[in-house]
Design a protein around this ligand. Structure first.
Ligand code: CP
Length: 304
């Protein structure tokens, strides 16, 4: 039995196979319409979500399976003090696979150690969000035709943005990847990513504050929201929340074949006027999230 806690739990070969499967699902949805008949997915979300929870549920329904779960800690027995370990032991009696989101880093890992069904980390605090990374990789590969030899701009809250941490970990395994890390001083990537992931693996990167300067060099611009829920004080959030706003004017500095990704939800960091630009790929990205989660469910249930 396998769990998914980090994108690194999959080898590059396994990742490529999973993305191939997701593309096949996209092109031949009927072929997979009954693949999970009789199987149940539990979505245990201790933290708010629209895309991750609903795309997991859509994925399982598209595969002919069923879903059950809770969408907030308050509506589960966590509100009465039940531990994640006890909860997953019980969920293991009810479902065949579980997707778990939790505000505490490492909670899905703790759950996986007591679980008798595969557990998928659907986002743990400011740590990792591996299925968003699978979504991002599928989007990039589908749009650019490759995952190597590109300059990737990561912009915004690089400190608390778990999607950025997972994406860096995944992309460094492909040759010729270079990062431009665009953030205010206070929201730079954590030291462990800079030292233990980027420097240790000799990955070329620069850290800059101005989006305009970076824009002409990028193949992908990955925008992120300032993570209000992880700030200790509201004043800092208000000061930093609109630090970057991608407008049409800023986008005019980019290459014609650059794509803008965003894990969503967005607040103000991408102006709605950008949505109609053919390079705006963030809603397409949300659709890819369903295909890749279908592929992941099939893989972890050994039905692929
Ligand atoms: N991208 C993402 O994780 O969105 P949700 O918080 O809506 O699940």
């Amino acid at each position: 039995m396998r769990h998914l806690m980090s994108p690194l739990d999959l080898s590059v070969k396994e990742l490529d196979d999973l993305l191939d499967l997701a593309n096949d699902i996209e092109n031949n949805p009927k072929k997979y319409a009954h693949a999970c008949e009789g199987k149940k997915l539990a979505t245990c979300f201790y933290e708010p979500s629209t895309r991750t929870r609903l795309s997991f549920e859509a994925a399982m329904l598209n595969l002919g399976g069923s879903v059950l779960g809770f969408s907030s800690a308050d509506s589960s027995s966590a509100a009465k003090g039940e531990s994640v370990s006890d909860t997953i032991r019980v969920i293991s009696c009810y479902a065949d696979i579980c997707a778990m989101r939790h505000p505490k880093e490492g909670a899905p890992l703790v759950a996986s150690q007591k679980s008798t069904i595969p557990v998928i980390n659907a986002g743990d605090g400011g740590h990792q969000h591996p299925t968003q990374t699978l979504t991002d990789l599928l989007t990039i590969r589908s749009l650019k035709g490759k995952l190597d030899h590109m300059t990737i701009g990561l912009c915004g809250d690089l400190k608390f943005g778990r999607t950025v941490h997972s994406l860096i970990n995944a992309l460094i395994r492909y040759p010729g990847i270079r990062f431009i890390l665009i953030s205010p001083e206070e929201l730079r990537i954590p030291d462990y990513i800079r030292e233990d992931v980027l420097r240790k693996n000799n990955i070329p990167f620069e850290e800059v504050e101005r989006l305009d300067d970076a824009m002409p060099n990028l193949d992908i611009l990955y925008m992120t929201r300032v993570q209000r829920e992880r700030f200790f004080n509201e004043e800092d959030y208000i000061r930093l929340k609109d630090y970057y706003v991608l407008t049409k004017q800023k986008l005019s500095l980019a290459k014609d074949d650059m794509y803008v990704l965003h894990p969503l939800p967005r607040v103000n960091e991408i102006s709605v006027e950008v949505d109609d630009d053919p390079r705006a790929a963030y809603f397409k990205q949300a659709q890819y999230g369903v295909y890749v989660r279908m592929a992941l469910i099939l893989t972890l249930l050994e039905l692929a």
